[in-house]
Write a protein that binds this ligand. Structure first.
Ligand code: GLN
Length: 494
């Protein structure tokens, strides 16, 4: 087996046993990245940082001081500020921005010895579901459909992270999820990704999209790996007032493999019109797998689900329009060249028109509109009220004894790049139909690869858990993973 095929858990054990060094693991991945330019997953390469971190990790391992992530090569979504390393959020407006500081999460990972291979492609400011809004051009899914040679989307917005993990360019990657950006790309590429409870991980130093929805999370090839990586990322941060002051459990130790007696809810509102039969069948198979593992299956209702997408597409743009006001050509990155006589207003206008892509501009306009004096109550306040109702739906079923909820992760498998180019933007937003509720309610949600469609493409299911119970959620996810036995890999064409 090649070093790039290891899981994080296996690599950790091999490192500690002295069977491999962090330097060797790192070189194997740097070589894999060099050969994978066609995937456009890594957009800023940091081999020098990686080699230096690997050397330090090897010294720590030798000294017997090796936390779980010590010596593990990872990729970092371009949304995280990394000190002295380009951090552009996939946008032209942050061209040339080299942060003076390290995000809390990358700092925690580095403190535990992780090795950064580089920064990963993503939709601009994490707005998108196909990685096509990126200033770097889209990342490409390593999977292909049947005999077709067409390039597929890896999903978005964490498309580069998903492609890199699936193509074995890194052992794990950082993603972020505001409405599904970890779970949808994970499902499209046959990997696992968890969005933790809102507040589990610090948002400090993560470029803000919609602050009340954004959460970072790990994207890995197994549930165990997600448990390991999430632990290293979690914890209270005095610099983020929304990060929770709660102890971080050893998530990996909570993977018991025994879910007998757990109650799994199947929400009837997630059975959507026009859902492909294959997704419907997969959901049924997943239900059967959890029943076979000893769980009790119960039909449940989450009645406000149908309002989730419109609610999200009011709240997220509203917060984005406010967060993105800071990109003014003065403080960060790109500034448009000005003509004689231009004043500060022209500088703002030209910089923002040049620096932001179409989708970002659309969101800023929608957000500004729903927050404007005349429409604030009709849109923004109403959306906030509906958000409370959506959250209450979940609270009710959890109070009734439901431990986790099983749903499809996405309404389809990966689609062709360019397929949505002329479509109404709402078509793209429909990708998030199963995932946005989880962000609106602040809950943990995980995507688990569960099967393949007729074209051989991966399909995933989503499990939604109680707040702060990521460990119990991953325990159920690992049972699903084990029973689904998803071992397929993309065949290498890049
Ligand atoms: N696709 C969703 C959007 O465009 C979700 C993005 C995300 O989770 N960052 O808003």
């Amino acid at each position: 087996m090649s070093l790039t095929d290891l899981t994080i858990a296996a690599a950790r054990d091999a490192l500690r046993a002295g069977e491999v060094t962090a330097a060797e693991l790192t070189e194997a991945h740097l070589t894999a990245i060099e050969g994978a330019g066609a995937l456009n997953a890594f957009v800023h390469h940091t081999p020098d940082v990686a080699r230096e971190q690997a050397r330090a990790a090897d010294a720590r391992i030798k000294a017997g001081d090796a936390p779980d992530m010590c010596g593990i090569p990872i990729g970092v979504k371009d949304l995280f500020c990394t000190k002295g390393v380009a951090s552009q959020a996939g946008s032209r407006i942050l061209e040339g921005f080299l942060p003076e500081y390290e995000s809390t999460i990358t700092e925690q990972l580095f403190t535990s010895g992780a090795v950064m291979l580089g920064k990963l492609n993503m939709d601009e400011f994490a707005m998108g579901s196909s990685n096509e809004t990126s200033v770097y051009g889209n990342a490409v899914n390593p999977w292909k459909a049947g005999n077709s040679d067409a390039n597929l989307t890896p999903g978005g917005s964490s498309g580069g992270s998903a492609a890199a993990v699936a193509a074995r360019l890194c052992l794990g990657a950082l993603g972020t999820d505001t409405g599904g950006s970890i779970r949808q790309p994970a499902a499209f590429t046959g990997i696992t990704g968890i969005k933790p409870t809102y507040g589990r991980c610090s948002r400090w130093g993560v470029v803000a999209f919609a602050s009340s929805l954004d959460q970072a999370g790990p994207m890995t090839r197994t549930v165990r790996d997600s448990a390991i990586m999430l632990r290293a990322m979690s914890g209270h941060d005095p610099r983020d007032s929304t990060s929770a002051d709660l102890p971080v459990p050893d998530f990996e130790a909570m993977l018991t493999g025994d879910i007998r007696g757990k109650v799994i809810g199947i929400p009837r509102e997630y059975r959507m019109d026009g859902m492909p039969a294959e997704i419907e069948a997969l959901w049924q198979q997943g239900t059967d797998m959890l029943r076979d593992a000893g769980a009790e299956i119960r039909d449940i209702s989450l009645p406000h689900t149908k309002y989730a997408l419109p609610t999200y597409y009011v709240i997220a743009p509203a917060e984005a329009s406010s967060n993105l006001a800071r990109y003014d050509g003065v403080r960060f990155g790109h500034r448009a060249s000005l003509s004689q006589g231009d004043g500060i207003t022209e500088m703002y206008e030209k910089t923002r028109a040049e620096g932001f892509g179409d989708e970002v501009q659309r969101r800023v306009m929608v957000g500004t509109y729903v927050l404007s004096a005349g429409f604030y109550d009709a849109y923004y306040n109403r959306a906030r009220r509906v958000r409370t109702l959506i959250k209450r739906d979940f609270e009710t079923v959890f109070a009734d004894g439901i431990d986790a909820i099983l749903t499809p992760a996405t309404p389809s498998s990966a689609f062709e790049l360019g397929a949505m180019a002329d479509a109404d933007p709402i078509q793209m937003y429909l990708n998030d139909v199963f995932t946005v509720t989880v962000n609106l309610a602040g809950l943990p949600g995980i995507a688990v690869p569960t099967g393949q469609d007729a074209k051989g493409l991966p399909m995933g299911l989503q499990l939604i858990g109680r707040p702060w119970e990521e460990g119990a959620l991953m325990d159920v996810a690992q049972c699903l993973e084990a029973r689904a036995g998803f071992v397929a890999q993309p065949s290498k064409w890049w």
